[in-house]
Design a protein around this ligand. Structure first.
Ligand SMILES: [Zn+2]
Length: 378
């Protein structure tokens, strides 16, 4: 299931395991002082009733996650309750949900220098695959400067290939609330040492998906049962799909979005259709109700996929026509064309074997069904 986080979710890992790495200072702090962090929060006036704790975070008041190391560091650094409270208030960070429009069309990724030689080509492919999803607003880029998400090597334990942070909600000084992409992606250096370019592309696309708020899909129910974190299923997508980029383990997608993955991206981050190539459509520009009409596109290739649709005057949605070729023939509906001259649009969407997509709309006037038994003189 491509799931958008609607609730707080902890860090998610490709192969779900507990991080045993206790080398960093942050982890030593949280290993030894979670209770202290909780008491600091109480001192600061937070309601810690029903607070829950895990290795890295204290969750309070239902949906506010506080990084334990951050609480302790702030407290030590500021040497006082009021300063620490200010510091925490400025941070005001919790997790989940979709990345705000202010950020989702300009997401920047950076990469640690020691992994660029091996991983940067994979990142550039991963970015281009996100950017190429049509009718999706998400646009990403690579930068050596300031980024929204930083990618680096980290020992994540014996069976975790990668890990990413979910989107982060922040309150700016103007009091507006934004949700930014997750700020980091960790890649296990040795577990991925034999990964092919496709494997690397897959892993990065998967973790970047988490940065954008997407949760896992699974092979089947038994596989799903291994994972405790759950999101909300996105309409039009399926829960069990082995080849999905967001499948919870393995390299199965080979870095290729499935149709369901694309539906998920388009649904959560809708954007305009951008044609990769031009086409012209020919056919009648004036027709009458019940008349049979034929339209053709200039782009013809047996390997292409064609989708023809018609939209009549008024609020009717686009209706699929029966054709998967470079031309379509159909009879104009009597119901959809009231008396008088009406506008009818025919559109053709083409997908080429290489994934390029093109769409063109053709407008036709339709002489509607007269109510008085006479025809309009044109
Ligand atoms: Zn994952």
């Amino acid at each position: 299931m491509r799931k958008l986080l609607s609730v707080l979710i902890l860090l998610v890992i490709v192969s779900c395991s507990v991080d045993q790495d206790i080398e960093t200072i942050e982890e030593q702090l949280l290993q030894t002082n979670p209770e202290k962090a909780l008491s600091i929060l109480e001192e600061l006036g937070f309601n810690t009733f029903n607070a829950t704790m895990d290795e890295e975070f204290i969750t309070i008041e239902g949906d506010i996650m506080m990084n334990i190391a951050f609480i302790l560091e702030s407290y030590e650094k500021e040497k006082g309750v009021s300063q620490a409270k200010q510091s925490l208030s400025r941070k005001h960070t919790f997790y989940g949900g979709r990345v705000s429009s202010e950020y989702n069309n300009r997401v920047k990724f950076s990469m640690a220098p020691n992994m660029r030689a091996e991983w940067l080509p994979a990142l550039q492919i991963a970015i281009s695959r996100y950017n190429k999803v049509n009718e999706c607003r998400v646009q990403m880029s690579y930068t050596t400067g300031r980024a929204h998400s930083h990618i680096s090597f980290r020992d994540l334990g014996s069976n975790t290939l990668g890990r990413a942070e979910f989107p982060k909600k922040t309150v700016h000084s103007n009091l507006k609330t934004y949700r930014k992409p997750g700020e980091y992606i960790y890649i296990h250096p040795t577990l991925n040492s034999n990964a092919s370019l496709e494997d690397k592309v897959h892993l990065l696309m998967h973790e970047m998906g988490h940065n954008m708020g997407f949760e896992h899909v699974f092979d089947n129910a038994a596989h799903r049962a291994n994972y405790s974190f759950d999101g909300t299923q996105i309409a039009g997508t399926i829960l069990y799909e082995k080849n999905s980029v967001m499948n919870a383990d393995g390299y199965d997608s080979r870095g290729i979005f499935t149709p369901n993955d694309k539906i998920a991206l388009k649904t959560i981050y809708p954007g305009p259709f951008v044609s990769d190539f031009n086409q012209t459509i020919t056919g009648p520009t004036l027709a009458a109700t019940k008349e049979s009409v034929t339209y053709r596109t200039s782009v013809t290739n047996p390997g292409n996929t064609y989708r023809w649709e018609v939209k009549y005057v008024g609020a009717h949605p686009w209706t699929r026509l029966h054709s998967n070729s470079a031309s379509v023939t159909f009879r104009i509906s009597t119901r959809a064309t009231p008396n008088g001259l009406n506008n009818m649009n025919v559109r053709c969407t083409i997908v080429k074997p290489n994934g390029d997509e093109g769409r063109k709309v053709f407008s036709t006037l339709v002489e509607g069904r007269p109510t008085d038994g006479t025809h309009i003189n044109l």
